[in-house]
Design a protein around this ligand. Structure first.
Ligand code: C2E
Ligand code: CA
Ligand code: CA
Length: 713
C-alpha cells in the first residue's frame, strides 16, 4: 500500500523534497542578502575613504591654500600701504614668508591625483597661480623698493582674482564631490537597510507559511495518528483517520496505520472466531450436536468421577436404550425425519428420566440414562424407569404428516456389577442385546450368568489391542471389476483378523469394537500403510478402496493422518477411494463435510457404501459431492426374486446416471447376476463371482498385467 502511494506521489509531494527546497530557498536568501550587504558595505567603505581623503585632506588643503593666498594678497596690500621703509621692510619680510608657504602649498597640488579633483580646474588654477606668482614675484622682490604702478597693480589683482576664483571652483568642486559621495553612501545604506528589512520580512513570512504548512501537514496529522494509535492500543479499533488529499510521507504513515488497524481487526476477528470455535469445540466435545444431550464422552467422564469416588459413592444404575425400528424410518423417510425422531426421543427421555439422573446420547439410535439408587435399593427403581421410558417411546411420534412408531430395547447394569466405567457400559450393553432378543420383554437387567459373555467381550477387547500392537490385523483385497470389459479396476481393502486363540474374528464384530474402544483410527492407519506397501508395485491403473467408519469422519485428525500416510508410502491420493456409509451423514454434518472436502481436494474419491434404501439419500449424493455409489448386497442378491429390489436397483442406477456417478454392485455371487447388473447399467461389480478378499501376494498376482486381470468366465 505504501509503495503504491509512493508511486502515486509526485516528486514535489514528498515532505522531504519540500523541506529541502525551503531550506535551500532560505540559504540562498541569506546568502544573497549577505553578499549584497558585503558588497554594499565595501562600496560604502570606499566612499567613506574617498570622503575622508578628499573631504578632510584636500578640502582642508584647498581651504588652507585659499587662506594663505588671501593672506599673501593682504600682505601685498600692507606692503603697498607701508608708511615708512622700516614698516615696508618688515611687511616685505612677512610677505616673503607668505609667498614661500603659498609656493610650497601650490607645489603640493601636483600630488593630487586626477580624478580626485577636476584636472581641468587644477590646470586652470596652476595657470592662474603661475601668472599671479610671476607678476607678484616681479613686483615684490626684495630689490624692488618702488610701489607698483596702478596698471601693474590692477594686473596683479586680476591675476590674483583668477587664481582665487580657480581655487574657489576647486573648493566647490571638492565640496560637490563630497556631497555626491555622502548622498550616494546614504542612498546605499538606505538600500542595504531596505533590502535587509525586505529579506527579514520575506524570511518571517516564509517561516510563518512554513509553520502553518507544517502545522497543517505534519503536526496536526501526526497528532491525529498518535491519538489513533493510542486509541488502538487501548483496544478501540473504531478510530478513523481523516482522508488527506496530499500524497506525502504522512499520508504513507496514515495508510500504514490503516493497514495496521485492518490487520489488527482481522487478527482480533480471527482470535474471536478461534475463541468461539474453541468454546463450540469444548461444548461439542461434551454434547451431542443434534439433540444437545451430553455425549458418550460426557457420560464416560461422569461415570469415571463416580467410580473414582469409591466406597463413599452411592450405588447407581446405567440404562442403555437402543431404538428398534428406527433404521427403516431413517431409510424410508429420510434423515431429516430421522433426525426429528431422534430429537423427539431425546425430549421424551429427558421428560421421563432427567429428574432422576443424566440422559446422554451414545451415538446413532443409542441413548443412556444414569440414575442414583437409594441406599440398599435393588434394581427395581431402574427397572421401573426403564419401563416408563419404553412406554413413553412407544407412543407414536408425529413428524410432518408421518405417524412414526418405534420401540426400544433397554439394558440395565448396576454399579455393583462393575469395577470401572468401561465394564459397566459393557454389562449394560450385553443386557440390552439380551433384551433385543426377547420379543416379550425387551427390558433386561444384567445378571451374573451373562458374565461369560462379558468375559468373552472383555477378552476380545484385550485380544484386539494386542493384535493391533502385533500388527496381526491385515488388509485383504477384494477385486472390483468393470462389468463391461470384465477387467480388474481395483480392490476393496477388507480387514482380516485371525487370533491365535480365538480363531478368525469377523470385521462385523471387531470393527464396532475398535470404534467403541477408540482404536479405529489406529487400525485403519495400520491397514492403509500395509495396503500402500502391498500396492507399491501394482500397475498404476489399479485403485484401492478403503472403508472409513463414521467415527473416523468426525475425527479432525483423520484427513491429515491419512494424507500423511499416503505421502510416506508414496501412494498417489488419486488412486484411493474411501467408502463411507450414510450413518456418517446423520447429525452434525458440517464437520464431516469439512473432512470430505479436505480429502477430495487432495484427489481422493468418495463412494457411498451399502446404498439402496430411500430416495431421500440422494440428497446426500449432491450435498457431499459423492463420486460413486455401491448398491448394497441385499439388493443385488435378490434382484431376480424380489421385484422391489429390482425396482430399487433400476432407480438407483437411473438417478446415479443423472448425477453422473459411477455405480458399483456389491455381492455379485454368480454370472447371471453379473450380467443382469451389467445390463441394468452398473459400471462396476464386486462379489464372490469375481473373487473373495485375498492376501497381498494373491492380489499382486491378480493385478499383474497378463496375470489374472481378466476375470471373465
Ligand atoms: P462392506 O464394506 O459392505 O464390505 C463388503 C462385505 O461383503 C465384506 O464383508 C465382504 O467380504 C462381503 N462380501 C463381498 N462379496 C460378497 C458376496 O458376493 N456375497 C456375500 N454374501 N458377501 C460378500 P466383511 O469383510 O465381513 O466386512 C464386513 C464389513 O466390515 C464391511 O462391509 C465393512 O463395513 C466393515 N469393514 C471391513 N474392513 C473394514 C475396515 O478396514 N475398516 C472399516 N471401517 N470397516 C471395515
Ligand atoms: Ca465397503
Ligand atoms: Ca457394503
Amino acid at each position: 500500500m505504501s509503495s503504491e502511494n509512493n508511486n502515486d506521489r509526485s516528486w514535489f509531494g514528498s515532505i522531504h523534497v519540500r523541506m529541502t527546497l525551503v531550506i535551500l530557498g532560505f540559504v540562498s536568501l541569506i546568502a544573497s542578502v549577505t553578499s549584497t550587504s558585503i558588497f554594499g558595505l565595501r562600496a560604502m567603505d570606499s566612499k567613506m575613504r574617498f570622503i575622508e581623503q578628499v573631504g578632510l585632506v584636500e578640502t582642508h588643503f584647498f581651504g588652507e591654500l585659499a587662506d594663505k593666498l588671501s593672506e599673501l594678497r593682504l600682505m601685498e596690500m600692507s606692503v603697498n600701504h607701508a608708511e615708512n621703509e622700516t614698516e615696508r621692510a618688515e611687511s616685505l619680510e612677512l610677505l616673503a614668508q607668505r609667498r614661500a608657504s603659498v609656493g610650497q602649498l601650490t607645489r603640493q597640488i601636483d600630488a593630487i591625483m586626477p580624478g580626485r579633483s577636476d584636472a581641468a580646474l587644477l590646470d586652470r588654477f596652476r595657470a592662474a597661480w603661475t601668472r599671479y606668482a610671476e607678476l607678484h614675484d616681479g613686483q615684490f622682490s626684495a630689490m624692488n623698493d618702488r610701489r607698483p604702478e596702478s596698471g601693474v597693480r590692477s594686473r596683479i589683482h586680476r591675476a590674483y582674482a583668477e587664481a582665487e576664483e580657480a581655487l574657489d571652483r576647486l573648493i566647490d568642486d571638492s565640496q560637490h564631490r563630497i556631497n555626491g559621495e555622502v548622498v550616494a553612501s546614504n542612498d546605499l545604506s538606505r538600500e542595504i537597510m531596505t533590502m535587509m528589512v525586505v529579506a527579514a520580512a520575506l524570511a518571517t513570512g516564509a517561516a510563518l507559511l512554513l509553520y502553518r504548512g507544517a502545522r497543517k501537514d505534519i503536526f496536526a496529522p501526526l497528532g491525529e495518528i498518535t491519538e489513533a494509535l493510542t486509541a488502538l492500543a487501548q483496544g478501540r479499533a473504531d478510530v478513523a483517520l481523516p482522508e488527506r488529499k496530499a500524497r506525502d510521507e504522512i499520508s504513507d504513515l496514515a495508510s500504514a496505520f490503516r493497514v495496521f488497524r485492518a490487520n489488527l481487526a482481522e487478527l482480533e476477528q480471527a482470535h474471536r472466531v478461534a475463541k468461539i470455535a474453541r468454546r463450540a469445540a469444548e461444548t461439542m466435545a461434551q454434547a451431542d450436536p443434534l439433540t444437545n444431550l451430553p455425549n458418550r464422552r460426557a457420560l464416560a467422564a461422569k461415570l469415571r468421577r463416580y467410580f473414582e469416588a469409591g466406597e463413599q459413592a452411592p450405588s447407581c444404575a446405567l440404562l442403555i436404550v437402543d431404538l428398534d425400528r428406527f433404521k427403516p424410518v431413517n431409510d424410508l423417510l429420510g434423515h431429516m425425519v430421522g433426525d426429528l425422531v431422534l430429537c423427539a426421543v431425546a425430549k421424551r427421555l429427558q421428560e421421563a428420566a432427567a429428574r432422576a439422573g443424566l440422559v446422554a446420547r451414545l451415538g446413532g439410535d443409542e441413548f443412556a440414562v444414569v440414575i442414583r439408587l437409594a441406599d440398599g435399593a435393588d434394581a427395581r427403581p431402574a427397572q421401573d424407569l426403564a419401563r416408563r421410558i419404553r412406554e413413553a417411546l412407544r407412543a407414536p411420534i408425529l413428524v410432518a404428516d408421518h405417524r412414526i412408531e418405534i420401540d426400544a430395547s433397554i439394558g440395565i447394569a448396576l454399579s455393583k456389577d462393575a469395577a470401572d466405567p468401561t465394564t459397566l457400559l459393557s454389562c449394560a450393553d450385553i443386557a440390552m442385546y439380551r433384551g433385543k432378543k426377547n420379543q416379550h420383554d425387551p427390558v433386561c437387567l444384567f445378571e451374573r450368568e451373562m458374565e461369560g459373555e462379558l468375559r468373552r467381550r472383555v477378552g476380545l477387547e484385550k485380544a484386539l489391542r494386542r493384535a493391533l500392537q502385533a500388527g496381526e490385523i491385515m488388509p485383504h483385497y477384494q477385486p472390483i471389476i468393470d462389468l463391461a470389459t470384465r477387467r480388474l479396476t481395483g480392490f476393496e481393502i477388507l480387514a482380516r483378523w485371525r487370533d491365535p486363540e480365538i480363531g478368525p474374528v469377523s470385521p462385523e464384530i471387531f470393527i464396532p469394537l475398535a470404534e467403541q474402544q477408540g482404536l479405529i483410527l489406529e487400525l485403519s492407519t495400520a491397514m492403509l500403510a500395509q495396503a500402500c506397501r502391498d500396492a507399491a508395485h501394482w500397475p498404476r491403473d489399479v485403485n484401492l478402496s478403503m472403508n472409513v467408519s463414521p467415527v473416523q469422519l468426525r475425527d479432525r485428525r483423520f484427513p491429515e493422518v491419512l494424507l500423511e500416510s499416503l505421502r510416506t508410502h508414496g501412494f498417489p491420493p488419486q488412486r484411493l477411494e474411501i467408502e463411507i456409509t450414510e450413518t456418517a451423514l446423520i447429525g452434525d454434518v458440517d464437520e464431516v463435510r469439512d473432512i470430505l472436502v479436505r480429502l477430495r481436494s487432495a484427489g481422493i474419491k468418495v463412494s457411498l457404501d451399502d446404498f439402496g434404501m430411500g430416495y431421500s439419500s440422494l440428497n446426500h449424493l449432491r450435498q457431499f459431492r459423492i463420486d460413486k455409489v455401491k448398491i448394497d448386497k441385499s439388493f443385488t442378491k435378490t434382484v431376480f426374486e424380489d421385484p422391489e429390489s429390482a425396482l430399487i436397483v433400476r432407480s438407483v442406477i437411473h438417478l446415479a446416471r443423472g448425477l453422473r456417478l459411477a455405480v458399483v454392485a456389491e455381492g455379485i455371487e454368480d454370472e447371471r447376476t453379473a450380467e443382469m447388473m451389467g445390463l441394468m447399467g452398473c459400471d462396476l461389480g464386486q462379489g464372490y463371482r469375481f473373487g473373495k478378499a485375498v492376501g497381498g501376494d494373491e492380489a499382486a498376482a491378480l493385478a499383474r498385467p497378463g496375470g489374472a486381470r481378466e476375470v471373465a468366465a
